[in-house]
Design a protein around this ligand. Structure first.
Ligand code: BGC
Length: 810
């Protein structure tokens, strides 16, 4: 069952009923100001950091779900309704929500009144614009009232939901004409305030929540709205809000428009006040002046569209597979950009107060957006590397605002260092910008111990070399990519964090997954050494990689698949010797994509075992058989009921690893089959089972053992976005950036058909056409600007700006 449809021409998903199985959300904002908006107008806004600078309040874990947002109420006689259906939930005569790229548009009709709300964050201001249009489609005059409503968050979202003894006494506002200024804590250490304004004269406002809603009411029944009269309340403590009332008369056929602006404003420390206790409103008024007319809004919206037109022209495919095209050209890249902005901080499943930016997460996210915004990727690499420790290990997370490592979680996740090599290598392969390796980058943000980035990569590499266990495999530490495989934790009491309890460096527990990573990114490190002219270091690196390769093929091989790990007692994890958890997906995918065991025939066997033991119709499960009881020696992985999350869920992030691994072996049919299983556009028809948005990836789909097999969870902020984009764009469609230039080497299913691709790369445009000839892999001929070349790599030539490339497979 579907709840909407894709409109590819407009790059939108059109939701045709507000009653989706879960809120289906979108993200607004590109740089500093962000909003989450659901298909019923729920959500919240923040400036830079969802925890520390949250503008509007949202209640996670609330009942009913998703009932706070930025709402408009329309009162038409006795009927009160909302264009997004929530929160009053008056049945609408028609409803539509179009989630687009950086904007959402709601269009609804009730009793011959049509309301549309276009909401977006302009490119160059720290605000959200909601352009509201009301049209009277009846044959008689209508007297309507339009009300707005947002509830302010008292900035620090964590404190806002805990520290009531203080917070209920701090709320302050100012009101000038149609603008409400939220200035809680401005009197002391803040130099910022928020505004909510509309470009017309208002009939009344409210800024006290109690006055607006009435005690014991929720936003579903604001007394003041139902009475048709806001009270001009001035909040003092308690819960400040912003609500406007506009009385409107609409002749038959007439339309009126309104621009609502919700903004964040900062003043220099010495210019905070206009007069005693009165905030300096100059920058707010200047911002508002930029969005007074409809033409101003149109212009800002056109800028946003142009920005995305440009980004989405960098990689564009035209094939006979509509779903592939829409995911590649629109939604997958869009989701990658959202993960760039949010990492794992704010979604409907990440509360915005928890994890901030992840070291490994952000490095992997980069693989999916580096081609879109290389300059910002460069900045991001430096930020991430600045949180590394001198021994090569790294803070597992850092705060977006301060960019400082988060000491609550600390370090000890032993895959982290290698992801820095992955991200940096991807950046250089994309841009050719070797100068990044000479950037002086601190350790733990301490400039007194700064060193060139290249030296950071060396320390990443050596961290693994210097931390091996009894089988010559890398020590796992607190966990590797699988945050829930906590082999040194031994937590027996509720409430202890699986990630931080126990010693951070176990003496023996080892990870075959990190070994696979080391083989892949160790080689990429060696290539960088060579490019830097350090062939001795490249040789040393390759010798270490070879040792690791051999260790994986011996101690890491279980007979039919790769072992997952060795626990703290040196027992195998992910082996036929185990009762449960006999096979894990991660080493099968990653070792094979790293090329391990290809020539020895192990790779074939491992992927065959994945198919036999882990595959389902909704994707490949992370492990089997599921753990049915808690294992002290394994940690969080065994804490989930079977089929959920890391305990035998379909963890979408590592499905592309297996798909990429299949392309390494030339299995286009199987690679694409795996791609399709978790691809949102391909599961749109089962949205009632899948539940999460059909336009973005979710972190997890419940596995075969779960009660709700096939149900998605934790949509949007997942490394799945980057890895599936890498998979489809670089391996299946086969346009892979190397240090020497673009490689064209697709691996597609036999019936995929011919396709065309535009790829902008290092300042040139490549117009590529691929004739597949029914082949799954293999380039028979590559003709570049009329000349046939050897191999699959188009040598990079800075003097050529246009390439016409014909690739003939077979
Ligand atoms: C984390 C990732 C981790 C994955 C698997 C996600 O929630 O953000 O860093 O690799 O879970 O455990």
């Amino acid at each position: 069952m579907q709840y909407g449809f894709f409109d590819d021409k407009n790059r939108e998903y059109v939701i045709t009923t507000p009653k989706t199985p879960l809120p289906w959300i979108n993200y607004l904002g590109n740089k500093d100001f962000f909003s989450l908006v659901s298909n019923t107008c729920g959500g919240y806004s923040f400036y830079k950091d969802a925890k520390l600078l949250r503008l509007t309040r949202y209640r996670y874990n609330n009942v009913p779900y998703d009932n706070n947002g930025k709402y408009f109420y329309i009162k038409d006689g006795e009927t009160v309704w909302n264009p997004g259906w929530q929160p009053v939930k008056t049945e609408l005569d028609s409803y539509e929500c179009r989630h687009g790229i950086g904007y959402s548009k709601f269009t609804s009709v009730k009793n011959d009144v049509k309301a549309s709300v276009l909401t977006f964050v302009p490119m160059s201001d720290t605000c959200e614009i909601s352009h509201v249009e009301l049209t009277n489609n009846s044959s008689s005059e209508k007297k309507l009232q339009l009300f707005s409503y947002v509830e302010w968050c008292l900035w620090n979202a964590d404190d806002d939901m805990k520290n009531f003894q203080r917070n209920l006494s701090t709320g302050e506002v100012e009101i000038v004409d149609s603008t409400i200024f939220h200035k809680t804590e401005y009197r002391e250490r803040r130099n910022h305030y928020a505004i909510y304004s509309v470009n017309t004269k208002v009939d009344a406002v409210d800024t006290s929540r109690d006055a607006f809603l009435g005690a014991y009411n929720g936003p579903d029944h604001p007394d003041a709205v139902f009475a048709g009269k806001l009270t001009n309340s001035v909040a003092s403590g308690w819960s400040p809000i912003a609500a406007h009332q506009i009385d409107i008369t609409l002749a038959p056929g007439e339309t009126k428009t309104f621009n609502f602006i919700l903004g964040y404003v900062e003043n220099p420390e010495d210019q905070k006040w206009e007069s005693h206790g009165i905030i300096n409103k100059k920058p707010a008024n200047e911002m508002l002046a930029r969005y007074q007319s409809d033409a101003d809004v149109d212009k800002a919206f056109a800028e946003l569209s142009a920005y995305w037109d440009n980004l989405l022209s960098i990689y564009h495919v035209k094939s006979s597979n509509e779903k592939v095209d829409r995911m590649v050209n629109i939604w997958n890249q869009y989701q990658c950009m959202v993960t760039f902005n949010m990492s794992r901080s704010a979604s409907y499943y990440e509360s915005g107060i928890g994890r901030g930016m992840g070291f490994r997460d952000s490095c992997q996210d980069l693989l999916g957006f580096v081609h879109l915004i290389p300059d910002r990727a460069r900045e991001r690499i430096i930020d991430i590397a600045s949180t590394q420790f001198q021994d090569g290990s790294a803070y597992h997370q850092y705060q977006p605002l301060t960019k400082k490592g988060n000491s609550d979680i600390g370090s000890g996740f032993n895959d982290d260092p290698l992801w820095l090599i992955a991200g940096t290598s991807a950046y250089i392969r994309e841009t050719g910008d070797m100068s990044i390796l000479d950037e002086t980058v601190p350790f733990d943000n301490d400039m007194s111990v700064a060193t060139p980035l290249m030296n950071h990569l060396k320390r990443s590499f050596d961290y693994i070399v210097n931390h091996k266990g009894p089988h010559d495999l890398p020590l796992i530490g607190r966990a590797d990519w699988n945050d829930c495989l906590n082999l040194n934790c031994f937590s027996a009491h509720p409430g202890e964090s699986f990630q931080t309890f126990g010693p951070s460096e176990g003496p023996v527990a080892e990870s075959v997954f990190i070994a696979g990573m080391f083989v892949k990114y160790g080689e990429e490190y060696a290539q960088l050494c060579e490019l830097k002219g350090d062939s001795a270091e490249a040789e040393r690196a390759r010798a270490e990689v070879k040792k690791m390769y051999d260790a994986v093929c011996t101690a890491g091989w279980d007979g039919e698949w790769f072992v997952r790990a060795y626990d703290a007692h040196s027992n195998k994890v992910g082996s036929h010797e185990c009762k449960e958890g006999q096979i894990y997906i991660e080493p099968q995918g990653f070792c094979v994509l790293a090329g391990i065991g290809v020539k020895e025939g192990l790779a074939e066997k491992a992927l065959k075992s994945v198919k036999e033991r882990l595959d389902t119709k909704y994707g490949v499960m992370i492990l089997q058989p599921a753990y049915t009881e808690y294992h002290l020696e394994l940690g969080e992985v065994s804490s989930y009921p079977p089929g959920y999350k890391e305990n035998a869920g379909i963890f979408c992030h590592n499905n592309p690893w297996v798909s990429i691994a299949e392309t390494v072996l030339g299995h286009g049919d199987r690679a694409f089959e795996i791609y399709k299983k978790t691809c949102p556009a391909y599961v749109e028809e089962i949205s009632d089972i899948h539940c999460t948005e059909p336009y973005v990836y979710s972190q997890m789909v419940a596995g075969r053992d779960a009660k709700f097999f096939g149900q998605g969870k934790n949509s949007w902020l997942t490394g799945t976005a980057a890895w599936t984009f890498v998979n489809i764009s670089q391996y299946i469609l086969g346009i892979y950036p190397t240090h020497k230039g673009l490689s064209v080497d697709p691996c597609v299913p036999a019936g995929f058909g011919d396709f065309e691709l535009v790829r902008k790369y290092r300042g040139a445009t490549y117009n590529i056409s691929v004739k597949t000839n029914g082949a799954q892999k293999g380039i028979q001929k590559l003709i570049v600007n009329g000349n046939e070349i050897n191999g699959t790599v188009i040598p990079y030539d800075p003097s050529v700006k246009e390439y016409t490339v014909e690739a003939i497979m077979g």
